[in-house]
Design a protein around this ligand. Structure first.
Ligand SMILES: [Zn+2]
Ligand SMILES: [Zn+2]
Length: 376
């Protein structure tokens, strides 16, 4: 069927909204009538080729919420009319050895994610559009998604909240809950206070961390970090970040650190401000050439210091998202304050540019949807 899709005619951040043909859903596919797609910085990284180069027109948008419009004949989880969110990460099969050991990421039957693959969209000139960052393209009026990417959205959870839960939030919050596993009173620092970093701060606060140290070069993000629960802020443009964090932590460094942004040298500086017995969790990444940690000497980890990573918050989709909806419902997590500006699909370029300038999380709406969350 004919739908509208935002696409970058060639690799880059310039997009146009075009009428394209969307394939009928395959046996395990669900066609979603998109209501909202919030912007994640990964969308921009993916469109510009930082996550891997691609040829031809590219589409993005992976924090999707909407209404099931049609289903393939093998789909059992949802039916037309169901409200859903669609994530980039997939629910594992639930039956294989890896899934049974709580590692759906390594599921042996369902691929966790797919990037830079042909999409279900064809342009009027016959070109097949590339899906740059997910198995679905939310900057559209309709998208096909694999059934295992979906989580049912409770009736009282607005679509825009469902969108925000689908990637950025869980990447930060999930990393803290599933990887850091903070005990009350342990110290925490996060490098990068965009949507992911602020979600990590929410996780640290909920876990009882103290102090919670927010590190960013933009004052506006540090101010936001305080609102979400940071007890201290450090601006690397003004002070030596490692010295500043050590001063706050009696010279030891933090028990737990998270890197929630891409960038040269940030893994190293965060590792250095982590205590000799602490753990650093890496979430944010850009081009692999910028993500080195310099030379790592064994002596630096001798006392038990650990480095690990987290993709999409190490979540199990249909176990964790329902918990997050419940936490939102009871005010334990503040997704409303993560949301920034709203743009209809036709103004997607403006929305992307605004995100690039530092807006926390912009909402792109489709099919006439108007967000209903309480903007603070
Ligand atoms: Zn994302
Ligand atoms: Zn499995």
């Amino acid at each position: 069927m004919k739908v509208k899709l935002a696409l970058a005619p060639r690799m880059g951040r310039q997009v146009v909204v075009e009428e394209v043909e969307l394939d009928e859903p395959g046996p395990y596919d669900v066609r979603i009538k998109v209501m909202t797609c919030t912007i994640c910085h990964s969308d921009i990284h993916a469109l510009t080729g930082e996550h891997g180069e691609y040829e031809g027109p590219g589409a993005a948008g992976h924090e999707i919420a909407g209404i099931v419009d049609a289903v393939g004949d093998k789909v059992t989880y949802v039916k037309p009319g169901d409200r859903v969110l669609c994530s980039e990460v997939r629910q594992g099969c639930g039956h294989c050895d890896q899934c049974l050991h709580d590692r759906p990421w390594f599921c042996t039957t369902i691929q966790p994610m797919s990037f830079r693959v042909p999409s279900a969209y064809t342009r009027s000139n016959g070109e097949r559009v590339i899906q740059t960052c997910s198995g679905a393209s939310g900057f559209s009026t309709y998208t096909n998604a694999y059934e295992n990417m979906l989580v049912k959205l409770d009736d009282d959870i607005p679509f825009e909240i469902g969108s925000a839960l689908a990637c950025g939030f869980m990447s930060g919050f999930g990393a803290v809950l599933n990887r850091c596993k903070i005990k009350p009173g342990e110290s925490f620092a996060v490098t990068g206070c965009g949507g992911v970093g602020l979600s990590a701060i929410m996780g640290a606060k909920l876990s009882g961390a103290v102090p919670i140290i927010a590190i960013d070069t933009q004052q506006v993000k540090l101010d936001a970090a305080v609102k979400f629960g940071a007890t201290h802020t450090v601006n690397p443009k003004e002070v030596n970040v490692v010295e500043a964090v050590k001063e706050i932590t009696k010279g030891f460094g933090v028990d737990h650190s998270v890197v929630a942004v891409a960038g040269k040298g940030l893994k190293r500086s965060t590792f250095d401000l982590t205590a000799g017995y602490g753990q650093m969790v890496i979430i944010g990444h850009g081009h692999p050439r910028d993500e080195g940690m310099g030379e790592l000497n064994y002596m630096e980890v001798l006392a038990g210091k650990r480095v690990t990573g987290s993709v999409m918050g190490a979540v199990t989709l249909r176990r964790d998202i329902p918990k997050y909806m419940e936490m939102y419902r009871h005010g334990q997590i503040d997704i409303n304050s993560l949301l920034t500006n709203t743009f209809p699909l036709e103004q997607i370029q403006e929305a992307l540019d605004d995100s690039e300038r530092g807006a926390l999380k912009n909402i792109v709406t489709a099919n006439g949807y108007v967000p209903v969350y309480n903007k603070k």
